[in-house]
Ligand binder design. Structure first.
Ligand code: ADP
Ligand code: MG
Length: 239
């Protein structure tokens, strides 16, 4: 089943075309990684899928619905950014619960979901702490937890590890790999410019360059048979 379908998507800012003729189908439960150099349009693509950014032409389907017909809040999509933007005055529990309180979900259900998310991300011991009492990796796990509690069908990650130091980056990457195993039906789209993250997390990698797709394939396919020098340079040489 196709979760997200991009059909000849284009996007310009003024006269600058930043996304050109993107065609891509993402299956339900797939973990797809967008890689490419800074400025190639990765974040723009994610924001379009999330509905935070309009599309100039083409079609974006979420399930079998046209995205334009679904308001962003009802797309079943949760986004995790590189800056975690936690509420500094709330403890971890309340940071996780906040969006559910706004949605008027009842207290017992909120508690159930917060505890499941905390368990998945090993945040149980930290529920009463404030963000400033956490490491960067723990903060990023809280940010991921806020996506989990919403029980979204699609998670979008925009370079979620790029603000972490090397050791925390590895630990948090392993946490995200575990999350993928525990939520096999959740579709995950993950943006990075880090080859190692792409190679280790992805079911499929989409290599972007200048707003276009250079190649799409399983990590081993791109590694073994890159279509051109750009893909080889990006995937073939481990960082
Ligand atoms: P990436 O996430 O791959 O680094 P982005 O999607 O952020 O790239 O940006 C793609 C291109 O679009 C860049 O050239 C960037 O400068 C431009 N861009 C992004 N957002 C805007 C905006 N709001 N207005 C004008 N140009 C933008
Ligand atoms: Mg970006």
């Amino acid at each position: 089943m196709t979760a997200i379908s991009l059909k000849d998507i284009r996007k310009s800012y003024g006269s600058l075309e930043v996304i050109s003729n993107i065609d891509l189908d993402i299956e339900r439960g797939e973990f797809v990684v967008f890689v490419g150099p800074s400025g190639c349009g990765k974040s723009t693509l994610l924001r379009m899928i999330a509905g935070l950014e309009g599309i100039n032409s083409g079609d974006l389907l979420i399930g079998d619905m046209r995205a334009n017909d679904i308001p962003p809040s009802q797309r079943g999509i949760a986004m995790v950014f590189q800056s975690y933007a936690l509420y500094p005055h709330m403890n971890v529990y309340d940071n996780l619960a906040f969006s559910l309180k706004i949605a008027r979900i009842d207290r017992a259900e909120i508690d159930r979901r917060v505890r499941i998310a905390a368990d998945m991300l090993q945040l149980g011991p930290y529920l009463k702490r404030r963000p400033r009492q956490l490491s960067g990796g723990q903060r990023q796990r809280v940010a991921i937890g806020r996506a989990i509690v919403r029980e979204a069908e699609v998670f979008l990650f925009d370079e979620p590890l790029s603000n972490l130091d090397a050791a925390l980056r590895v630990a948090t990457r392993i946490e995200i790999a575990r999350l993928k195993e525990r939520l096999p039906d959740t579709t995950m789209i993950y943006v990075t410019h880090d080859q190692v993250e792409a190679m280790t997390l992805a079911d499929r990698i989409v290599v972007l360059n200048g707003g276009r797709i250079e190649q799409v394939g399983r990590p081993v396919e791109l590694y073994d048979t890159p279509r051109n020098m750009f893909v080889a340079g990006f995937i073939g040489s481990p960082a």
